[in-house]
Design a protein around this ligand. Structure first.
Ligand code: ATP
Ligand code: MG
Length: 439
């Protein structure tokens, strides 16, 4: 038998129950985390979004009916408690609740498929299968509190700089960059794809006179490989700015990263403590190393890398041993960057593209873009792509496209930096990877 909520409403979250409100009558709601029945006294740990609190029920202090009700509680039942706050040196947060009335709002099936106390180790796959239970653990929910704050901070920052938030389609007719990383879908009688990047759309917005735009939305990549850094559905934080170049783009990106770290430090103290993460706001400007310098560093670490190659995983790791914080890799060879990247003005073989790295992890790619129609057409052809499939995009470059630059920052990769997560799956509520499509 369960009780109904009626007019009961939570007055406090556990984290707001402090010795200062000693003697107050409050209402808490949450889940039964643990029960210890010592005969004459029962301790119940109530868990909510933000913490745990001890409910102490001595048989001498509570009514026999209430004592019986508390005795019957089971793990993970949904519980509401009305009771008095009592200062207590022995209780975990210096306070406990002496219950006056409880409501059991729902029960949980037992045994649980996953231990919610975190005392028993579970593999990531087991955890993701029962993700709703896994997320009840504070060291798991902490990651999402930080991710939420990161988005909040980024939106605030970009808005304060005059950026407009936009939404572009995720159902698209052709590939952004060519390549095979696309998920084909059936679009009525045609084939279409899930968008791998808002790149072409945000560029068209530069030709629309919007000047400064950003989008926070999913990107879909049909990556075959199963790594700790790749998802098949990720969130990209995309920014594009007209009348600017790659230097400006790097400047705004490093400012945004520092602002997000500062805000997370300020607002997510508890979550960071739970994760045992000590964040440091990096100094700006971030270090800039050229692609050629990267080759030297990587080779000096005994990892082979030739000019014109992208960074292999081994190369990223070797680089991460030397570069210990946030840094940019600049002057990428034009030949290995997408067609829309502007070739260098002094040396066209060295492009205006950059990557932002954190140790051995790429978290963002950006560039000044080609804004000249003819050059863009030439580069599309040179990369073996069919200009016809880009005709609507190319048209935007014939009617007054300003110079522009921008980047895409992977929200999950950045969350890994903020939370210390080693597996990108930890930073997504319900990850989509090579093997996982549910829950
Ligand atoms: P990588 O070389 O690490 O596979 P990429 O260079 O293919 O990444 P970009 O196309 O440059 O990725 O995308 C911009 C950013 O989006 C990346 O720096 C990364 O933070 C994020 N990102 C791209 N692909 C993925 C993915 N499959 N899973 C998670 N994040 C991704
Ligand atoms: Mg990249």
């Amino acid at each position: 038998m369960t009780d109904s909520l009626e007019n009961w409403r939570r007055t406090h979250y556990t984290k707001n129950v402090k010795p200062e409100i000693n003697g107050e009558e409050i209402v808490l709601m949450g889940w039964v985390h643990e029960i210890r029945d010592l005969g004459g006294i029962i301790f119940v740990l109530l868990r909510d979004r933000d913490g745990l609190i001890q409910i102490t029920a001595p048989s001498k202090k509570v009514s026999p009916e209430l004592f019986e009700e508390i005795k019957k509680l089971k793990k993970e039942g949904v519980l509401a408690v009305r009771g008095l706050v009592q200062e207590s040196g022995k209780a975990p947060n210096g306070v406990e609740i002496i219950p006056e009335e409880i409501k059991l709002l729902n029960e949980s099936k037992l045994p649980l498929p996953l231990d919610t106390t975190g005392n028993t180790h579970a593999e990531i796959d087991t955890r993701l299968d029962s993700r709703f239970l896994d997320l009840r653990k504070h060291n798991v929910s902490a990651i999402f509190k930080i991710k939420s704050r990161m988005f909040h901070s980024i939106r605030n920052f970009l808005e304060s700089r005059g950026y407009l938030e936009i939404n572009t389609p995720k159902l698209v007719a052709s590939a952004t960059e060519g390549g095979t990383e696309l998920f084909p879908i059936t679009y009525f009688e045609r084939e279409a794809f899930l968008g791998q990047s808002p790149q072409l759309y945000k560029q068209m917005m530069m030709g629309s006179g919007f000047d400064k735009v950003f989008e926070i939305a999913p990107i879909f990549r049909a990556e075959e490989h199963d790594t700790l850094r790749h998802l098949n559905e990720a969130i990209s934080i995309d920014v594009e700015t007209a009348f600017t170049d790659n230097e400006d783009a790097m400047n705004i990106l490093e400012e945004l990263v520092c602002k997000a770290i500062t805000d997370v430090k300020e607002h997510c103290e508890d979550a960071l403590k739970t994760l045992e993460v000590e964040l440091e706001v990096p100094e700006t400007p971030f270090k800039r190393v050229t692609y050629d310098e990267v080759i030297d560093i990587v080779n000096s670490k005994g990892v082979a890398m030739r000019h014109g190659e992208d960074l292999s995983r081994a190369a990223e790791k070797a680089l991460g041993e030397v570069m210990d914080d946030y840094y940019f890799i600049t002057e990428w060879p034009t030949s290995i960057k997408p067609f829309y990247v502007m070739p260098g003005f002094e040396d066209p073989e060295k492009s205006c593209a950059f990557d932002l790295m954190y140790k051995d992890l790429e978290i963002s790619s950006g560039a000044m873009r080609v804004h000249q129609h003819d050059l863009l057409l030439e580069k599309i052809k040179k990369q073996g792509l069919n200009p016809d499939s880009f005709s609507r995009y190319l048209a935007a470059f014939e009617y007054g496209m300003p110079p522009h630059a921008g980047w895409g920052l992977g929200a999950e990769r950045f969350t890994m930096c903020l939370t210390g997560a080693k597996n990108i799956r930890e930073t997504v509520l319900f990850p989509r990877d090579r093997r996982r499509l549910t829950p």
